[in-house]
Design a protein around this ligand. Structure first.
Ligand code: SAM
Ligand code: SF4
Length: 473
């Protein structure tokens, strides 16, 4: 089991998938290279920024050397993630010099949570940067770039009153199609939980939910363009709430029921959830909705009540275990995933053993685990009792070995099962396609490229290290 940043998304150049193609004929032709670090919400944001830039004539490129604009969408969740941004900016300084000597108006923009947290400090530390833009202001990116072209350094990190989602252009159908048959859709942003280790409430702001109509309209556009699976995103996605079409206050469970009615949308997922927001309506959706995939990412972070309290998680280990039991009663086939932090300040050997016991009790199909990284401005960073790095590493190794064993066991138990597989993209070998199992594992099967987007019956034949293999039935 590796760090989420290394396995999931970070350092994925989104540019290849972006290809915004709706340049107006008046706009000059320019190329943008987009680099995305961090979570799925950043992937979604990068797509929206690309949509906004396409109006200004930008098309995507896979290479920074070839670009007129390099846009880095950053993550501030751990120190390592933030520092990577500065080393990349160092490399870009040389490129900018070369491109400018060739007469290009090459620009660099930094977006995302590092932009929000560090603001002007970024242009001070890395003068190569022309524009710094936060997660709530990125709909203003084209205007910011226009200003920067006059020679100004532009820093836009306020929390504006206008709704960025309303201000952003909608991706045209062919752009959606190019992005694939599985899409992200942000329904909730920000966080009011203030876990003491976490920067999200500061970088993403207060919890907000997008209205039902806007979400349904976006999901319908995705489905009409051939998207078969939508993953609803939010920092605390299950805190989503809004006024439903029946005039009542809906929770995420009701929203999922509404989205399941959309023609062509066969699969729904959501991430990331907080245990305290897992209400009855959402648990019942896992019982009743075949479109809702039997997979739940429900981070607990630690198994010691003392540490959970210090983290301000506002639940105990036992609350979490009982919640998982209720969810599994509603859907016994559900795969559970989680996040864990080792070495939070004050964590003793005994506290760590509590976390190991919780993992044994719950049993995870997948999980992400991290060494605690003190984040400036969070209460955790000011706590005493910081744990030695060597101790953190030793604990992380043991925890990951246990989680990896559980992941392997879960995958082995899938062998022989017949499942519906959504074919998503070409595999490494010719004649292969890759899809995701209902439990989110990659599944490799022989299939023709024109079958991408189909949901086919397969039987799992083998569990590999990170993926499953299957035969058609
Ligand atoms: N909202 C989600 C929740 O409540 O669990 C988590 C969102 S956070 C972006 C993703 C994960 O990063 C967290 O679950 C936590 O495990 C990890 N994380 C956050 N801050 C961290 C820190 N300072 N050091 C190490 N890991 C951290
Ligand atoms: Fe961060 Fe906690 Fe909010 Fe999750 S719930 S985003 S970990 S503060």
């Amino acid at each position: 089991m590796m760090d989420r940043l290394d396995t999931e998304i970070a350092e994925t150049p989104v540019s290849g998938r972006e290809a915004p193609e709706q340049a107006t004929s008046a706009a000059p032709s320019r190329k943008v290279f987009v680099k995305t670090y961090g979570c799925q919400m950043n992937v979604y944001d990068s797509e929206r920024m690309s949509d906004a830039l396409s109006r200004d004539g930008y098309t995507a490129t896979d290479s920074p050397e070839d670009a007129d604009l390099v846009l880095i969408n950053t993550c501030h969740i751990r120190e390592k993630a933030a520092e990577k941004v500065y080393s990349q900016l160092g490399r870009l300084a040389k490129l900018k010099k070369r491109r400018q000597s060739e007469g290009s108006d090459f620009m660099v923009a930094v977006a995302g949570c590092v932009a929000q947290a560090e603001g002007q400090e970024i242009t001070r530390r890395a003068p190569v940067v022309d524009v710094v833009i936060g997660p709530q202001t990125y709909h203003r990116l084209p205007d910011a770039l226009a200003k920067a072209r006059t020679g100004a350094k532009v820093v836009e990190t306020d929390f504006p009153v206008e709704d960025k989602f309303t201000a952003l252009p909608k991706a045209p159908e062919k752009v959606i199609r190019k992005r694939g048959v599985s899409a992200f859709l942000t329904v909730q942003e920000g966080c009011d939980k203030f876990c003491t280790f976490c920067v999200v409430p500061y970088t993403r702001g207060a919890e907000t939910s997008r209205p039902v109509d806007a979400i349904v309209a976006e999901a319908e556009r995705l489905a009409a363009a051939g998207v078969r699976e939508v993953t609803l995103l939010g920092q605390n996605v299950n805190a989503w709430h809004g006024e439903g079409s029946d005039g009542r206050e809906w929770g995420l469970g009701e929203l999922l029921r509404r989205l399941a009615e959309i023609d062509g949308l066969e699969r729904l997922r959501y991430t990331t959830s907080h245990p305290r927001d897992m209400d009855d309506g959402l648990i019942e959706a896992h019982r009743d909705l075949p479109e809702l995939m039997p997979y739940l990412h429900l981070p607990v972070q630690a198994g010691s009540d003392r540490i959970l309290k210090a983290m301000n998680r506002r639940h105990t280990a036992d609350d979490y275990i009982r919640l998982v039991e209720r969810i599994r009663q509603a859907n016994p086939d559900l795969a559970l995933s989680g996040d864990f932090i080792v070495g939070f300040p004050g964590e003793t050997d005994e506290d760590f053993e509590d976390t190991m016991r919780l993992i044994e009790t719950v049993g995870y199909a997948q999980a992400f685990s991290f060494k605690y990284s003190p984040r400036p401005g969070t209460p955790g960073a000011d706590l005493g009792g910081h744990v030695d790095e060597a101790v953190k590493s030793e604990r992380l190794d043991r925890l990951q070995a246990l989680l990896y064993r559980q992941q392997r066991d879960f995958a082995e138990r899938c062998v022989g099962r017949e499942i519906d597989l959504l074919l998503e993209k070409p595999g490494r070998e010719p004649g292969q396609l890759i899809g995701r199992s209902p439990w989110l594992q990659p599944v490799i099967v022989n299939a023709k490229p024109e079958e991408i987007g189909d949901i086919v019956k397969v039987r799992i034949t083998k569990a590999g290290t990170n993926s499953l293999f299957a035969d058609r039935v």
